[in-house]
Write a new protein. Structure first.
Ligand SMILES: *Cc1c(COP(=O)(O)O)cnc(C)c1O
Length: 384
């Protein structure tokens, strides 16, 4: 490992990400495409590199992001496949978005007007060669964004079809409760969505190319909801959507490890306070190791006095509070532990096989597994 990564690095396994996508692909119908959800820098794993790696994978239709800036960054880095912005896009971004073939999600009438005007202007200038593709969001229970699956929603779609410079490429919904044991809610919502889409197609005599509703949890537990495309997020990164999602249907491999090195070892007597506030005081002579990582790197402060890391295959408990850039662990019972030793903050120890998964780290810190990887900060280099 290069010297410059000694402090801390996130090791991202591209092959594992491809393996996870393949596992999901096997669980859905042959014709169904996958939209790789790479928002929030691919849940902290590094969106640019991951999207670049998926350009050649035939069943990956394209990518989903949350903001226009995330989409622009991909285009700036030679990512050519379609990109869908899952949330609302503000008008300042429309020109560049349409020129670069980035699809907005639409659900407000003013968006249709503005997008149509913008597309018309670009077509007249020769900067856009065809109608701008849009995806319509339908709200089936998140109460977040989207048109309602009723007469008002149907009217929105009728209106959308009147615009000369827009083309409805997709219609989608997002399940609020696909990651639960009881799947009755998601099945009900899927039926509601299907029925609404059937109505739209027959009423307007159209065929919408991409109907999509499934997220990671539904890909695993409700593959019959796959339709033309599924949107895979958290499972791509080898993490489980929730404890209730069955783990024996799709095989997933972890994709990220967080590795650091001990920078100082000191032996202190009983009665020594450790870190801010002295919230931990040694009760016996103790060997303390300092790790040069903190909540400034996205390592949760809530692991103070709670979490542990792996050194030489053994657990070393966190002593006292996690600081912004450093924290201390107990290596009294780890023979030979010394400065420069590798420290596994998340991942598997190669010798003992002991593992700190994102789920475990999430549980210990009172957070979601993917909230945790999303929050690994910019100052932690990603190594692929
Ligand atoms: C984030 C997101 C997804 C991906 O969800 P996962 O549970 O991570 O698979 C899919 N669709 C929409 C609309 C989202 O916002």
């Amino acid at each position: 490992m290069l010297e410059e990564y000694s402090r801390v690095y996130a090791k991202v396994d591209i092959e594992a990400i491809k393996y996870n996508l393949m596992s999901m692909k096997k669980n859905i119908p042959d014709h169904t495409k996958i939209m790789a959800v790479v928002k929030t820098d691919a849940y902290g794993h590094g969106a640019i590199r991951i999207a670049q790696e998926l350009e050649e994978v035939d069943y990956i239709w394209g990518y989903a992001v949350a903001t226009a800036e995330e989409a622009f960054e991909l285009r700036d880095n030679a990512v050519k496949k379609p990109i869908l912005i899952l949330g609302y896009t503000f008008p300042y971004a429309y020109e560049r978005m349409l020129i670069e073939g980035i699809r907005p999600t639409v659900f407000r009438k003013d968006m249709l007007n503005e997008l149509n005007d913008c597309a018309g202007k670009l077509i007249a200038r020769g900067e856009l060669s065809s109608k701008a593709p849009v995806h319509i969001a339908v709200d089936t229970g998140m109460s977040r964004i989207g048109i309602t699956p009723d007469d008002a929603g149907a009217e929105f779609v009728r209106d959308a079809l009147k615009y000369d410079n827009l083309q409805i490429e997709g219609v989608f919904t997002h399940f609020a409760r696909a990651d639960e044991k009881d799947l009755s809610n998601v099945k009900e919502k899927e039926a509601l969505f299907s029925k609404f889409v059937d109505r739209l197609e027959s009423e307007n005599n159209i065929k919408i190319p991409f109907k999509h509703c499934a997220n990671s949890a539904s890909i695993i537990a409700v593959p019959e909801s796959s339709m033309d495309m599924v949107r895979a997020g958290v499972t791509m990164y080898g993490m489980w959507p929730s404890e209730d999602v069955p783990k024996d249907i799709v095989d997933l491999k972890p994709t990220m490890e967080l590795i650091s090195h001990i920078v100082m070892i000191k032996e202190v007597p009983a009665g020594t306070p450790v870190s801010y506030g002295g919230t931990f005081v040694t009760d016996k002579p103790t060997k303390i190791a300092t790790i040069p990582v903190g909540y400034g790197d996205g390592y949760p402060r809530s692991l103070s006095n709670k979490g542990y890391v792996l050194i030489r295959g053994k657990r070393a408990n966190i002593l006292g509070r996690v600081c912004m850039d450093q924290f201390m662990v107990d290596v009294t019972d780890i023979p030979g532990a010394c400065e420069g030793d590798e420290v596994v903050l998340m991942g598997k120890d190669k010798t003992s096989g002991e593992e700190i998964s994102a789920e475990l780290l999430g549980n210990m810190s009172g957070r979601f597994n993917y909230e945790l990887t999303c929050d690994i900060s910019k100052r932690v280099p990603r190594i692929f």
